[in-house]
Design a protein around this ligand. Structure first.
Ligand SMILES: [Zn+2]
Length: 417
């Protein structure tokens, strides 16, 4: 089995511990050895990746691949290709989605938890093509479309099916998603000021429907994720077993208590990237003024919310709703810097939330998200130390190597035999 040995590196292992000098060995798709300090690993038959010969002489850091917790690979826009439309002919749309998967991996994200797709089976098909090694992209947890009652929020529905009201329709929908192999069903539990003025405070479903979703998801063995801005929407989600709660901007004390009580079962991803993108959008995007105002409001709310969740030990993950023209896919690593600048995380904590907790949100915490023996070899070799400057992860050129499942998606320039 092919063996790769990394030497003369600093290791950020994903636990939040600061980087330490050491060596790492990979065989097949697994990490088979981690040594610290002066200890040396077996070199026999190994391709050596020598950190001393790579980068700009400031040292290189080996770390787990990043995990995007709020991915929308079918939102069309990426850093090098702005597309001013959300609904496209299905053929173009699927190809663009597949390309966005590659762009995500190009920027160091080796896993993505989807927060909603624009095609019913897009992500199931894409996940399986990627997992089979036929297309480049992150490990993917495939989502349903974003289910909401038809048109109540003025959300353009790209699908006619699946939006019917009532507990029975909800159960049938969730079961149908499980039957076609979807990993996570996304429901809009609240609206959003982005859709309609005041929408963030409107609830999309009644308690019976959300309870039916929870019961059917447990029966079918499928995960639930929700868009929840209003405090009441957050509470609905927590009460009925939603595993991933997005935004949560208006969570009140009671909602915070409920999130804390379930902190070992749930994940929160505030999606702050989108708010900041609206505030900083280039005038050429002509963002409507309410969208920019909403960005300021969300930033203000979340800069109080997230530090409180952090204090309570809730797992809050980066992931910023990337895929819009003003917030394109490929910019995802900016969320980590926002965790530091806006929410007060240390860089190593922000990195831990995107790696260790990233493995956990993928449901693979026992084998993904750490540089640790027996873990999957999803690794980045970074030019410099991201715990000193977390913004360097936003520069593709600083990602000297991107390894996923033991295979080099991007190879370092010099590998000595
Ligand atoms: Zn989203």
């Amino acid at each position: 089995m092919a063996r790769t040995l990394f030497t003369n590196i600093a290791i950020f292992d994903g636990t939040g511990r600061l980087p330490y000098r050491g060596e790492v060995a990979v065989e097949g798709n697994r990490i088979v050895g981690v040594a610290s300090g002066e200890a040396r690993l077996d070199r026999a038959g190994a391709a050596i990746v020598d950190g001393a010969t790579l980068g700009a002489g400031r040292g290189v850091t080996l770390m787990p691949g990043l995990v995007e917790a709020h991915a929308h690979l079918s939102w069309p826009s990426s850093v090098d290709r702005v597309i001013n439309a959300m609904s496209l002919p299905v053929e173009e749309h699927l190809l663009i989605t597949a390309r966005n998967a590659r762009v995500t991996l190009d920027h160091g994200f080796t896993s993505a938890y989807s927060a909603g797709s624009l095609g019913t089976r897009f992500e199931v098909a894409l996940r399986d093509e990627i997992a089979g090694g036929w297309l480049p992209g992150p490990r993917l947890k495939a989502s349903s479309i974003e289910r909401a009652p038809g048109n109540v929020f003025g959300v353009p529905q790209t699908h006619d099916e699946g939006h019917a009201r009532g507990a029975a329709a909800m159960r049938a929908y969730i079961k149908g998603c499980a039957d076609i192999g979807i990993d996570s069903v996304k429901l809009l539990l609240s609206g959003d000021d982005n859709f309609t003025p005041g929408g963030s405070q409107e609830l999309a479903y009644d308690e019976d429907e959300v309870a039916a979703a929870g019961a059917q998801a447990r029966e079918s063995g499928i995960w639930l994720a929700c868009h929840a801005q209003a405090a009441a929407a957050v509470k609905l989600g927590v009460r009925h077993g939603f595993r991933v709660l997005y935004h949560c901007s208006y969570a009140d004390d009671e909602a915070l208590d409920m999130l804390e009580a379930k902190k070992d079962e749930i994940f929160v991803a505030p999606a702050v990237g989108l708010a900041v993108a609206a505030i900083n959008a280039d005038p050429s995007f002509n963002l409507p003024k309410p969208l920019v105002e909403r960005g300021h409001k969300i930033l203000e709310l979340q800069s109080r919310l997230v530090p409180e969740l952090r204090r309570r030990g809730v797992r809050v993950l980066p992931g910023g709703d990337y895929g819009f023209p003003h917030n394109p896919i490929g910019r995802n690593a900016r969320d980590l810097a926002l965790f530091v600048d806006v929410f007060g995380y240390t860089p190593q904590e922000a990195l831990m939330s995107a790696t260790k907790w990233g493995g956990e949100i993928m449901g693979m915490g026992d084998e993904l998200g750490l540089v640790k023996e027996s873990y999957l070899a999803d690794l980045l070799l970074v030019d410099g130390d991201p715990t000193q400057d977390i913004t360097l992860l936003q520069d593709r050129a600083r990602l000297l190597m991107i390894m996923k499942d033991g295979a080099c998606h991007k190879a370092p320039m010099r590998v000595a035999a």
